[in-house]
Write a protein that binds this ligand. Sequence first.
Ligand code: PMP
Length: 417
Amino acid sequence: AARYPASRTLLRRAAQVIPGGVWGHNKFPAVLSPEHYPWFAERGQGARVQDVDGNWYTDFLCGYGTSVHGYAQPEVDAAVAEEASRGECLSQATARSVELAELLVATVEGAAWAAWGKSGSDATWIALLTARAHTGRSLVACVDGAYHGSHGWCAWCNSGAGRDSSDSSAVVTVPWNDLGALEALFRTRGPQLAAVAITPFHHPIPGAAELPDPAWLAALREHCDRHGTLLISDDVRAGFRLDLRGSHAHFGYRPDLVCFSKAIANGWPLAAVTGTDALRDAAAEVFAAGTFWNAGSAMAAALASLRLMKRQGTVDVLRARGEQFTSGLLALARRHRVPLRVSGPPAMPTVTVDGDTEHAWMSRFAIHMTAEGALVHPTHNWFVSAAHDEAVIEESLDCAARAMQRTQEEREATVPA
Ligand code: PMP
């Protein structure tokens, strides 16, 4: 506890004035007890964050997926400063919105236009409205255990208080990768389905990630085409980490609408929906708006960040660093006889332990990693950025070796032989 006095003081103050102390998803490492977690960050630089107590960590949460180049990337942040110096959130859209839409249309496979929001939840909502506007239908099918945001229609994938199941009465769900269930869905509801929304691979929280079965993706596209249903790719979490053309290009499917947010602007707040030419008129008819949605600096950040990613081949770097980290972790796990499993793409791996149903092992491991100076999440997938260079990964594997040793020692002390 001595490590986090400033964090704990802030948490006590926060409890008086912010419901729950920390608002939104940043409170989820709460499975780690208050004494063991640096709740408040002071700054981020490259692969690292510093907490309010002055401790530095290598961060494998990467701002929950926003940091692709590393925190405070100079080129991206200079573009933001320059844009903001001319005033932020003006009364009109800026030229940046046109430049960014042109860049996305030139980059994202199948995209003919782009529209904006500020969060992933905005993006999935805009995609749903567009699908409804185009088809004149209201029903949407999603995958069991998927997360598409916190807006009302997502009541089905959120467990927090205050939700009413009627908010998501137009949602039905199907299991991932299940051909028979897909067939049954379209047989019974096909004519009413405006859209099926999927993530490019299944990344439930908690749980192991599952890659898509190509036969299931192909069947999904066929069913959609036969019934006039649109396919929405929610690329909010994976977008621009697996392929700059969109994760659908990586996995080989053809969506009608794609939702981006997290990694689009290296941490500056922005979401984008892209769509095919056929949906242009429907999108123009939709009313979805936010006062800040056309603000310039996040768009300047996205332009700078995506150009930098293209120039530096960042997607390949993320994969290589993710492979280095996860193969090192698996080697450590073999040495310690831990049934550790890595799932999902290496650039955003999910780490689970077989039989660890209550996440007890992963929570202890995350606590020991934190004490060693590396932030990992016990139940959410991890991320790497381009700033996680080979030396940073090696150093993090040294942290993991000690953390794993300690986790196993504790286990042996508490589990009777
Ligand atoms: N879709 C997916 C696949 C996500 O992972 C998330 C965020 N975790 C969202 C939508 C919602 O994004 P936001 O939290 O920015 O609203």
